[in-house]
Design a binder for this molecule. Structure first.
Ligand code: UGA
Length: 434
């Protein structure tokens, strides 16, 4: 099938590469010329395991192409995905500017029946708005062309997106049976007949996206709150999480206590969902509390640093991890960046190491040291804060770390190490909920 994808950000690129890998003809469209030139050479603007290889493979097979020419992309595809960013605006709502521009372009160049798919995360009711924008543009052109709108939210997680594309559920929301059928065929043909596909209306599909992210964030805030109780009474959150997760109805995922959630999705989506609730007269429910508990994890971690080093002013502190989670170079809304900013505001002198996210985080900390590795980062430091759960941090030579530090203080925001072992090695060690 001929597909085009508007927006070569995280969502658009993964979908584009994965559909192209399945043999569809995919045109990826973006307004950013430099990005398109790089993509044409097979250079990915983001780090995602397996993505660059996949792009190169599809380019050489001729199943994917990149352009800034919207007319070409829109006219030459049967299905058009809108996958542009919907960042947070000043009121906490989703900023729909790029999304509206994409819909206007479609209305400008629509030449025959097409299916327009909303893949960006957009508030409930957006699909109706898209139809209105396209119809408005067609009217200006004096044209009457049939089209259908589908809401098809994205559920991929960074770091595992390519595998998720194969295995994750698919939600297809539309008021058109014909469009639902076509999208169902597109996804079911992807080689995985067992794929869970839900057909629904547009508004329900739009809510499923926000409700899913909010439910996951709620779980995290819940377990983080329980971790606080564990600390107070001397229990172990790791065992509590395992025990709770052993209940089949609950399951083990998203029960890892830590520094709190971050990233480009949860923080903005939870804010936008709360805003939608409020606009519909619903507030003071559980969703309203998710963010406060998340923030409290950072405040609690800062207090732990103070507990070990006293006033942090002029203290040298190494922070291992800048990405919002492991296996990504994404530092947007990263708890690692947030805790570092709190430390900096209190006068600490910071040094950083992250295997992938240093470039993306440098702008936040212009006068801090960006070390060549973890050992270089901890040299002469009064404390070490572990802020991202990279596998390679688990394998560090802890004796070497201790030898390099000025004082052996470790605040582990991701519970990477065993408290008993750390004590034996001579560290003053504080972690989360243990
Ligand atoms: C999230 C959702 O998991 C995806 O399903 C969704 O498609 C995506 O948002 C999106 O809306 O685009 P992502 O932002 O990549 O994906 O990150 P997650 O893996 O969900 O992690 C979010 C945060 O929660 C991270 O900061 C992570 O460290 C934290 N987390 C996660 C924990 O602290 N504990 C856990 O047990 C799991």
């Amino acid at each position: 099938m001929n597909l085009s994808i508007i927006g070569t950000g995280y969502v658009g690129l993964i979908a584009g590469a994965c559909f192209a890998e399945q043999g569809h003809k995919v045109i990826c469209l973006d307004v950013d010329k430099d990005k398109i030139i790089k993509l044409q050479k097979g250079i990915s603007p983001i780090y995602e395991p397996g993505l660059e290889e996949l792009l190169k493979k599809c380019i050489s097979k001729g199943t994917i192409s990149f352009t800034t020419n919207s007319k070409d992309a829109i006219e030459n595809s049967k299905i058009i995905f809108i996958a542009v960013g919907t960042p947070q605006d000043e009121q906490g709502d989703a900023n729909m500017q790029y999304f509206k521009e994409a819909a206007e372009q479609i209305g400008n160049y629509l030449n025959e029946y097409k299916i327009i798919v909303d893949k960006s995360t957009v508030p409930v009711g957006t699909a109706g708005g898209v139809s209105g924008i396209i119809e408005g543009e067609l009217k200006k052109r004096g044209k009457k062309i049939k089209f259908d709108v589908v809401s098809n939210p994205e559920f991929l997680a960074e770091g595992s997106a390519i595998a998720d594309f194969q295995s994750e559920r698919v939600v297809i929301g539309s008021e058109s049976e014909e469009a639902k059928k076509t999208l169902h065929e597109l996804y079911a043909a992807g080689g995985n007949e067992k794929k869970k596909i839900l057909l629904t209306d547009t508004k329900s599909a739009e809510i499923i996206k926000y409700a899913s992210n909010s439910m996951l964030a709620l779980r995290l805030s819940f377990i983080n709150e329980v971790s606080e109780l564990c600390e107070k009474v001397g229990a172990n959150i790791e065992d509590v999480s395992i025990g709770v997760g052993m209940d089949n109805r609950i399951g083990p995922k998203f029960l890892k206590a830590g520094l709190g959630y971050g990233g480009s999705c949860f923080p903005k989506d939870i804010k936008a969902f709360i805003s939608t609730m409020k606009k519909n007269g619903l507030n003071n429910g559980v969703i309203d509390r998710i963010e406060d508990v998340n923030q409290r994890q950072l405040d609690r971690t800062f207090k732990k640093v103070e507990q070990l080093v006293g006033n942090v002013n002029k203290k040298r502190i190494a922070v291992l991890g800048l990405a919002f989670k492991a296996n990504t170079d994404d530092a947007r809304e990263s708890p690692a960046v947030k805790i570092s900013k709190i430390l900096l505001e209190h006068g600490a002198i910071l040094s950083f190491f992250d295997p992938k996210a240093m470039e993306n985080a440098k702008a936040f900390f212009p006068s801090s040291k960006f070390a060549k590795d973890a050992y270089d980062a901890v040299e002469e430091c009064d404390a070490l804060v572990i802020a991202t759960e990279w596998e390679e941090f688990k394998r560090l030579d802890l004796n070497k770390i201790k030898g390099l530090m000025k004082a052996p203080n470790v605040i582990d925001g991701r519970n990477l190490f065993d408290p008993k072992k750390m004590k034996q090695l001579g560290f003053n060690y504080l972690s989360i909920g243990r």
